[in-house]
Structures are given as structure tokens and as C-alpha cells.
Design a protein. Structure first.
Lengths: 348, 380
């Protein structure tokens, strides 16, 4: 067992590091140009926020419609912490996440004890309230004119180097989010969370503290969304309350549903696809939004459960299968816990 | 299952492949980008502006281009969304390698790219972003319109000098920067000239009922009512103003452009400042309106005229610079001093054009349709 865990950790570290080096090199040499580098980085931010939403909507089964609001809290608080208090970026991003988590906790306390669609309605309201607050707290947020001059990740003047640095930051946080979410899902609280999705009454009768685990999942979700927001703020350098409208919240729901509710791999694929296809469709000029809508409809027609359903692609399994066919054949017994990315084929 | 897997793989493959498609640069042409909201909330403005830019480019190319080189115009949609604006900007600058950008249309979109345009030394000329801070980013950022602080002053001056108003009421959108900026500047100038703002009432974007605010305004009996917002909201407010029987004439700014197609008779007798008036007695304006109407079958609005001017300002600067070196072009931009469709344009040290504003009055034409009639020019 211990040997397995060690092997998994090594595999995942090596995989993520080599993927990082590959992409960073491609950006650095200009094979992925700045525009695509930009999209890749933006996709990373979308993936972080969508993963956070998947935690509450996909794994816990509670529909939340206000993640753009959480992102806004994270974005504005990170930006203000950096600009007013001169805090370095990493602590500022985490502080932004924590502030957002507090907001999540405050909203969760009255609503998560209830069952049904209350969370959807409350978070919907929350998203709008946050936007209005951002507009009216003019001294702090710049009001409707927006907040200008958030310092970027790097300002070296070399655009390609800047692109690589931006990408590295966001990539690092994507890995962080991935590790947190997938480990959480496979831990004992994670199993409790999934059981709530499957049946609240049954899990309650099994001794699971339903409101507590819902709160836990929701606060965690808010925390990660806040981190995504903080990165977004630094990444764009300009914030406007209108960037966090209701439609943006819906976009994240679309990503989660498209990828498959309760699939981490699905969310990653859908997050990248969603960001990229919108830009790629620019070649269709005026028809791009029509085609985009058609693409969404056809995905839902052909894959009603989303691209991945609740399945995952496990890097560890793939590596085992193709590189260690003989050596580890005795070890590859099913159900071995992976420490990083998931391998839970069909949690249901 | 296998079928869907194949499909999924195909989609991924196409996406990855498209990531690596670069763009080959042409030798004999000058590339200019345009970022306009072709879809989204203000697409009515965006499409007209795009058409006008395209018309200007076609005209220049028909005459042989700039110093023998044809202009290649690449238009990207920003959906009036700052995030999409940044993506469009990156695409234009790093893939298409444009030397100048005409856009963005709304101030918030322009603000999201000014810093990078300055860093990358790309000439950016916004046809219509009136927010005062747009050109603050540096000496590569220009605009073809006057800014909000000037516009607010124009309306205040017009109210006092032409309408002889002493007391003004303001009803504005406090969630909209454009509306707030105009409120501040109108108030400042109006009071400076000896008038008094007797009441200020506000609402939020998307509000539909303004009766509470209007009742209060009616109680103060103002001489004029200033409503600095876009035409869609103004047409709602105007109906309620009439049903409350407020007699004071309404005043507005360039957001009122298109009001004649969106409101009823209640706006007759109102005045608003604009960048140009299609029926002004001016050879350039007449020529532009005629060409535009022939080509697109509608009367161009002010933003179209500004897009047309912005294109010519940029093209002429490139021509004078004699090269595609943007540091030379930006110096030539500063030397612009010519009569265009929207008036005499000359940039001040903050790269804002010093130009006159047109005040127009909403009138009812003989055919019963509303028209915006020329009511006077206010000089800076």
C-alpha cells in the first residue's frame, strides 16, 4: 500500500512537472504564441473556478448560481490587499480566498440547513448583491469606473517572458486546486459529501452530519473561487463590476454541466474547451455566437451527462498501463488510493 | 460509447490543431485592427461603427491605399465585455501583427487594453470612449471624440446661455460611470456659470420605475431636467416625465443618439449634445451621410461618423509618417489638424481632440417621425 502511494505521488509530480515544462517551453519559443498563451492562462483561471463550483454542484449536489460573485469578492479583495497594503502576491491571493470563504460561510449558515433549491436562489441573489456593493463602494473599488492598476504578475517589459510567468502562476494554482479537490473527494469527508449528493436522508441516517458537510464543501468552494478571482484580478489588471455579472456565473455552471457533474477531468476539459472554442469561433465572424450555442446544444444531445459523466481519466492508471506493464502487474489491484488525480471510475 | 469517444477525440484534435495555426504576414499591406461590439448590449452602435470604418478603409484603398500600400482591416468582436476585449487585442497584436487599433467602443473595454497598447507601442484610437481616463495610459492612446468632462460642460453652457435656465434638476444612473461623470461635470459648470442644481436623484442600471424620483423633482420646479444616460433608459424615463406632467425641457448627452428611433412624442422639445448632426449644413457631413446611406441604407449615427473619422485620422498619420514605425506615426497623430466629419480635430497634450460639440433638438417632422434637428454648436 505504501509503495503504491509513493509511486502515485511520483507519477503525478513528474507528469504535471513535465507538462508544465513542455507548455512553458512552447510559449517561450513562440510555438504557442502570446494570444494562445493568453487563452491557455485564462482557461486555467476558468478551470480553477469551475472546479470549485463542481465541488458544491457536482459532488455535493447543491446548485449554486453565484460563483461570479465569489470570484468578484476574491478579485477585489486580492487587488485591494496588494494595492493598499503592499502585500506580496501569494499571500494576497490566499487572503482573498479566505475572505471569500468567510462570505461563503455567512451565506451557507442560513441556507444550507434547508433542502432543495434554496442555495441556488440565495447564491443568485448574493452574486447580484456583491456586484451592486462593488459599484457603490466607490472609495475602495473604484465604483462603476472600475479598479485600474492592479500590479501584474511580472512587468519585465519582455512580453514573451511575461506570458510564461503569467502561465506559470496560474498553472501552479490549477495544480494546487486539483490536488485539494481530488484529495478531498477521496478522503473520508469527501465520501460523506458524495453520499449527500446521492441521498440526503440516507446519509443522515448513516450518521453523517449533513449541514456540516454541506457547509464544509460550500466554504471550500468559495475559497477556491476566491483564489480564482484573485488570479483573475492580477491577470487582467483591471476590474469592473460588470465583469462579474449573472451571465458569468452561468458560464461556470455551463462548464461544470458540460464536463460532467462530479468529474474533475471533465471540468478541466470543458473549462479549456469553453474558453478556447469561443475564441476559435472568431473565424466565423458574426455567426460565432450562433455556432457556439449550437455546439453547446449538440454536446448536451450526444452526451446528456456531460463529456465525462462522473468518470475520470487517471494519469496514474495510464502510466501504469503503458510504462509499467510487467513490473507493477501485481500492484495494480483496483481501489488503490491515488494521492493526486482521481481514478474513481464511476463513483456512483 | 466508442462513437462518442471518437467524436470527443476529434473535437480535441481540432482544438489543439487550431492552437498552432499562425498567421502569415503580408508584405504589401498595412494591417489595422478594429475592436467593436458586433454582438451584445450595444451592438447597434458597434455594427454601425464597424461599417463606417470599413467604408473609410474601402475608400482609401480605392484611391490606391497609403503610400501605395493597401490597408487590411481586421475586425474583432468584443461583445462590450472587457475580458473579450483583451483576447481580441492579443489576437490582433500578436497574431495579425496590426500596427494600429480602432477601438474599443465602450470606455470600460478601452480601459482594459490601454496599458498594454502603450507597452507594445501599438497606436490605439478609440472612436467613442468618452471616459476621461482612457488616454491617461500614454502617448500611443488617442481618441476621436471629446471626453465626458467637456460634454458635461457643453450641456451646462447650452442650458444657461441658450435656454436661460437658472435651476436644474439631474436624474442619473449611479451604477454607471458614464452617467456619473456627466453629472459631476454638468453640475460643476452649471454652478460656475451662476445656476443652481436644485435636486439630484439617482437610480440603478436596469430600473424601470422612476416615479418616486420624478415626483421629488417635480416638487422643486426646475427649469431643465438633465438625464445623462443611454437612449434605452431615457426613453423609459421620458414617458414617466410626461405622465407626471413635468414641463421642463429634458437635456441629455451623446448617449441619447438613436433616441428618435426609440422613444415617442414625449421627447419632442428635448436637447442633447452630440458629436455631429446628420442634417448639419456642412459639406463633409453631407458627403459622408450620402455615401453611408447609399451603401448601408440607413442614416449613420454619431458613432459611425466617429469611426469614420478615427480611420482617416490614423490613415493620414501613417501616410505622413511614411513608414509603419509606430513611434513616428504617434508623432504624426499629434500633428493632426484638419476638418473631419465631426468637426475640426486637433489633439491636446492629453491626446484628446479639441473640437466643438453639436447640440441637437428633438423635433417632429412633417411626416410625423421624430428627427434630431441641429440646435447649435458649442465651442470648447
Amino acid at each position: 500500500m505504501k509503495k503504491n502511494r509513493f509511486f502515485n505521488a511520483i507519477t503525478l509530480t513528474v507528469t504535471s512537472a513535465s507538462l508544465y515544462i513542455l507548455l512553458a517551453l512552447l510559449i517561450f519559443t513562440g510555438i504557442i504564441d502570446e494570444y494562445n498563451g493568453q487563452l491557455l492562462t485564462l482557461a486555467g483561471i476558468y478551470v480553477i473556478v469551475s472546479l470549485s463550483l463542481n465541488l458544491i454542484t457536482g459532488f455535493t449536489g447543491q446548485l449554486a448560481l453565484g460563483h461570479a460573485g465569489f470570484m468578484a469578492v476574491g478579485a477585489y479583495s486580492t487587488a485591494i490587499i496588494i494595492m493598499r497594503l503592499n502585500v506580496p502576491m501569494i499571500p494576497a491571493v490566499f487572503a482573498g480566498g479566505l475572505i471569500t470563504a468567510i462570505f461563503g460561510l455567512l451565506i451557507g449558515i442560513p441556507t444550507l440547513r434547508l433542502r432543495g433549491d434554496y442555495l441556488a436562489i440565495t447564491t443568485l441573489g448574493f452574486g447580484e448583491i456583491i456586484r451592486v456593493i462593488m459599484v457603490n463602494l466607490e472609495g475602495l473599488t473604484g465604483g462603476a469606473a472600475g479598479l485600474k492598476g492592479v500590479p501584474p504578475f511580472s512587468d519585465s517589459g519582455d512580453f514573451i517572458l511575461d506570458a510564461v510567468i503569467k502561465f506559470s502562476w496560474v498553472y501552479g494554482f490549477v495544480i494546487f486546486t486539483l490536488v485539494v479537490v481530488s484529495n478531498l473527494i477521496k478522503s473520508s469527508p469527501g465520501r460523506a459529501i458524495i453520499s449527500i449528493r446521492e441521498d440526503e436522508i440516507a446519509s443522515n441516517s448513516m450518521g453523517i452530519n449533513v449541514p456540516y458537510y454541506k457547509m464544509f464543501s460550500f466554504t471550500m468552494s468559495a475559497f477556491l473561487a476566491g483564489i480564482g478571482g484573485g488570479l483573475y484580478a492580477i491577470y487582467f489588471g483591471y476590474l469592473n463590476p460588470q465583469m462579474f455579472g449573472f451571465l458569468n456565473s452561468v458560464n461556470f455552471v455551463v462548464i461544470v454541466v458540460l464536463g460532467g457533474m462530479g468529474s474533475i477531468t471533465g471540468t478541466i476539459l470543458a473549462g479549456i474547451g469553453f474558453t478556447y472554442i469561443q475564441e476559435w469561433l472568431r473565424i466565423f465572424k458574426d455567426f460565432r455566437l450562433v455556432i457556439f450555442g449550437l455546439a453547446l446544444i449538440s454536446v448536451m444531445l450526444f452526451w446528456p451527462k456531460g463529456l465525462m459523466g462522473t468518470n475520470e481519466i487517471s494519469v496514474v492508471k495510464l502510466v501504469r498501463k503503458y510504462f509499467f506493464k510487467n513490473k507493477n502487474s501485481d500492484n495494480s489491484s483496483s481501489g488503490s488510493p491515488a494521492s493526486g488525480e482521481s481514478q474513481s471510475e464511476g463513483v456512483r | 460509447m466508442t462513437k462518442s469517444k471518437v467524436l470527443a477525440l476529434l473535437v480535441v484534435a481540432v482544438m489543439v490543431a487550431s492552437m498552432f495555426t499562425g498567421c502569415a504576414g503580408g508584405g504589401g499591406e498595412i494591417k489595422i485592427g478594429a475592436i467593436q461590439p458586433i454582438s451584445g448590449q450595444v451592438s447597434a452602435y458597434g455594427t454601425q461603427t464597424r461599417d463606417a470604418i470599413q467604408m473609410a478603409v474601402d475608400e482609401i484603398n480605392a484611391k490606391g491605399g497609403i503610400n501605395g500600400k493597401k490597408i487590411k482591416l481586421i475586425v474583432e468582436d468584443d461583445e462590450a465585455n472587457p475580458e473579450k476585449t483583451v483576447n481580441a487585442f492579443k489576437k490582433l497584436v500578436t497574431q495579425d501583427k496590426v500596427i494600429g487599433i480602432i477601438g474599443a467602443l465602450t470606455s470600460k473595454c478601452s480601459l482594459s487594453i490601454t496599458k498594454e497598447a502603450q507597452q507594445r507601442k501599438v497606436i490605439m484610437i478609440s472612436p467613442s470612449s468618452t471616459n476621461d481616463t482612457v488616454t491617461d495610459a500614454g502617448d500611443y492612446i488617442f481618441r476621436a471624440c471629446y471626453n465626458d468632462s467637456f460634454q458635461g460642460q457643453v450641456v451646462a453652457k447650452f442650458a444657461q446661455e441658450t435656454l436661460k435656465a437658472k435651476n436644474a434638476a439631474i436624474l442619473f444612473d449611479n451604477t454607471n460611470d458614464y452617467s456619473k461623470g456627466l453629472r459631476d461635470n454638468f453640475k460643476k459648470k452649471f454652478e460656475e456659470l451662476g445656476g443652481k442644481v436644485v435636486i439630484e436623484e439617482s437610480y440603478a442600471t436596469g430600473d424601470k420605475d422612476f416615479n418616486a424620483q420624478l415626483t421629488k423633482i417635480k416638487g422643486t420646479n426646475p427649469d431643465v431636467l438633465f438625464i445623462p444616460d443611454y437612449y434605452s433608459t431615457v426613453s423609459l424615463i421620458a414617458k414617466q416625465v410626461k405622465s407626471q406632467n413635468i414641463k421642463a425641457p429634458m437635456l441629455g448627452a451623446d448617449g441619447w443618439d438613436e433616441i428618435t428611433n426609440n422613444a415617442g412624442e414625449e421627447v419632442v422639445g428635448s436637447f442633447y449634445s452630440n458629436h455631429y448632426s446628420p442634417d448639419a449644413d456642412d459639406a463633409d457631413v453631407k458627403n459622408f451621410v450620402k455615401k453611408y446611406e447609399e451603401k448601408y441604407k440607413i442614416t449613420p449615427n454619431a458613432l459611425a461618423a466617429l469611426g469614420y473619422d478615427a480611420t482617416y485620422i490614423l490613415a493620414e498619420a501613417i501616410e505622413r509618417a511614411g513608414s509603419t514605425d509606430t513611434s513616428k506615426i504617434k508623432d504624426e497623430m499629434m500633428k493632426t489638424n484638419k476638418k473631419f466629419v465631426t468637426g475640426q480635430i486637433k489633439f491636446n497634450e492629453k491626446r484628446n481632440p479639441v473640437k466643438s460639440a453639436v447640440m441637437v433638438e428633438v423635433k417632429k417632422g412633417s411626416d410625423g417621425k421624430l428627427t434630431a434637428g441641429f440646435a447649435g454648436i458649442v465651442n470648447p
